[in-house]
Design a protein around this ligand. Structure first.
Ligand SMILES: [Zn+2]
Length: 320
């Protein structure tokens, strides 16, 4: 039901850009990591990719997914068709929909799945370490660079779930008060603060440019690191578990992102089994909301880049 609700939300709201920092954000994260690779990681990346230009593949997973929906610059490409055929669930690798207010990412939860962003990162790591088959090393590297970015976008880790029995006052439900079939905003994709602007897109593409300046993704990345480096520390524990810790941080930041939202009016239609289907909810952002969250996003871009470098530098790269 989770995916049915999600795709329903996307279909009915006519959203064109979902899941993931925009191109510039992903490229900035990849470029931060590129400039911090240790010799072993740089050699392995060059062997797999032909260069250390991680930014050049940072949005490949988005492009492949778009192609599966007949859009974007890889539309109709044999590479995309073959990949989507081999990995039909890969459209889910970009996110996980934990309820707003959850304490942590817990892989035993009904909201986690072996197709979520944490597991996609894990699959890529195991592939690059020679411990999993399926993906090629090149595909694994592309997936890793992309998904480490996505897990740092807070609205890729949480979704709001609602009681919309009274559409004129939709109510955000606390965790444990609903199931996977409860109407969801799919990571803010169904929350509209104007006729055409939704909350997810605000976090993907709009906010980062509010506080980060400079032309191009390289300058953007440098600006993000400058903000974040003083606060940065290496993620504790085994790097195979880092993705779950990053998702837990995302669940908390995502929960914070729902502070300051007012839910005004839900657009619904009768759904299957008597469960109303949610199309969109009109929301109001509190004063200062965008400025507050822009700071969070700028820091997350910096963190994602630094952590991607630390992860690549930690891997036990499989020999060819
Ligand atoms: Zn993505």
């Amino acid at each position: 039901m989770k995916y049915i609700s999600l795709f329903a939300a996307i279909f009915f709201t006519g959203i064109t850009s979902v899941f993931g920092f925009g191109h510039e954000g992903h490229q900035a994260i990849a470029d931060i990591a590129r400039s911090r690779l240790n010799p072993a990681a740089r050699a392995a990346v060059i062997r797999i990719l032909g260069s250390d230009d991680l930014a050049s593949v940072a949005t490949w997973l988005d492009d492949v997914r778009s192609a599966g929906r007949n859009r974007g610059n890889m539309k109709g490409s044999e590479e995309a068709v073959a990949f989507n055929h081999r990995f039909p669930a890969s459209a889910n690798w970009h996110f996980v929909n934990f309820p707003v207010g959850s304490a942590e990412y817990d892989e035993r939860s009904q909201f986690a799945s072996d197709k979520d962003v944490v597991h996609a990162i894990d699959l890529a790591i195991r592939t690059l370490e020679g411990a999993a088959a399926g993906l090629t090393p090149l595909e694994a590297l592309k997936v890793l660079v992309h998904c480490v970015g996505d897990v740092h976008q807070p609205l890729h880790c949480v979704s709001g779930y609602y009681d919309i029995s009274n559409p004129s006052s939709p109510r955000l439900l606390p965790p444990d008060h609903f199931s996977l079939s409860t109407p969801t905003d799919a990571g803010g994709n169904a929350l509209f603060y104007s006729k055409s602007q939704n909350l997810h897109e605000l976090f993907d593409t709009t906010l980062l440019r509010r506080v980060l300046t400079g032309t191009g993704y390289k300058k953007l990345g440098e600006a993000a690191v400058q903000r974040e480096a003083p606060h940065h520390s290496v993620t504790p524990g085994d790097y195979h578990r880092w993705s779950a810790l990053w998702a837990t941080e995302g669940v908390r930041l995502g929960t914070d992102a729902y502070q300051g939202l007012t839910f005004n009016l839900a657009e619904t239609s009768p759904g299957r089994g008597g469960v109303p289907r949610l199309h969109r909810i009109e929301i109001t952002l509190s004063a200062g909301y965008e400025a507050r969250e822009a700071v969070v996003i700028a820091r997350q871009i910096g963190e994602a880049g630094l952590r991607l470098a630390e992860l690549l530098n930690s891997l036990h790269w499989s020999e060819p």
